[in-house]
Structure formats: C-alpha cells, structure tokens
Design a protein around this ligand. Structure first.
Ligand SMILES: [Zn+2]
Length: 176
C-alpha cells in the first residue's frame, strides 16, 4: 500500500527536520520540511546564517540523480498532484515539455455565440471566432445558410458593429 507522506507530516506539524542527502548534504547543514498553504512540501536549507528554500520534489529528484538540477530541468508530477512527492511520481521535463503539459491541463477554449440571423446559440473553437486576430471583424453565423443570409443584409457600419460586439456570448474553458 502506498501511503502519502503528506498526512503524517501534517500530524507532526509544519517543521520536520530531515537528514539531508547528496548533493544537498555537501552544501547544507540542516533541512526542514515545511508544508505551505497549497499543501505542498518545501525544503528550507540552512548553513550557519545562510538559508535557501527549494521544492521537496526538486530535492527528491536531485537526491535520486545524486546531482543538482539545472534551471532548465523542471520537476513534474506525473499524476498532476503537486502534493504527491514520491520519486515514482516525478519526472524531469524541459520548460517546453512542461508548457505543453500545462496547456493540455488548462484545456480547450470553447466559445458560445449567438447567430445574428436565426438567433440560435452555438459553439465554436476559439480559433474559428472573431476572438482571434485573423477573424477580428468577422461576424460568425451558426450555419452556411445563415452566413449566406448575412451577406445579403445591408447593415450600416454601426449596425454591423453592434452585431459583431454581441456575437460572442460567453467563453468556456473545458478541462479534462
Ligand atoms: Zn443561424
């Protein structure tokens, strides 16, 4: 059975002294584990009057590899639970790989629109709406038939702008 360390740490309090391992033990005397507000584990390192903090996940990965990580190496939680600091759940990602993972987690943007011709409510990907620069002044209709009708309307510039500005009703973010 895998027990998350987190719960026992919370029971013991917020400051747990740990025995530092290589490479940290070479440069620091003591390390204290602190649980922050987001329930994440932070390691406070001390040597005489010097102090530094690092995430516990970063510390674990460094100890695992027996070397310090460079600033381009990002320690990722495979299951996306940033409180689940066990080595099996950690992997090194480059900044680019991490950005891709983060954007996948953030999910897709779906836009809710109203058709100016038939007043139907419909949904489109953000890239197909006037929220992107390439379609900035384009009124989006629900169907080809309505788009065709739209072209036949002789709107004034003002009317056109009003329709354009009320075309988008709401932006939805959908995550996995
Ligand atoms: Zn329509």
């Amino acid at each position: 059975m895998m027990v998350k360390l987190q719960s026992s740490f919370l029971l013991l309090g917020v400051n747990i002294k740990i025995n530092l391992e290589i490479p940290y033990s070479l440069d620091w005397d003591t390390g204290y584990l602190i649980i922050n507000k987001e329930n994440r584990k932070i390691l406070l390192l001390k040597k005489s009057n010097k102090r530094m903090t690092t995430s516990f996940s970063r510390y674990l990965m460094s100890v695992h590899l027996k070397r310090y990580l460079n600033k381009h190496e990002h320690v990722d939680h495979i299951d996306n639970d940033k409180t689940n600091d066990v080595i099996e759940n950690l992997q090194i990602l480059t900044q680019k790989e991490n950005n891709i993972k983060e954007s996948k987690k953030r999910g897709k943007t779906v836009v809710e629109l109203i058709c100016p011709i038939c007043e139907n409510i419909f949904f489109r990907r953000k890239g197909l709406t006037n929220l992107v620069a390439s379609k900035k002044s384009q009124i989006i209709c629900c169907s080809k038939i309505c788009s065709f009708e739209l072209k036949k309307q002789n709107y004034t510039i003002e009317e056109r702008n009003i329709i354009l500005n009320s075309n988008v009703i709401k932006i939805h973010f959908i995550t996995e």
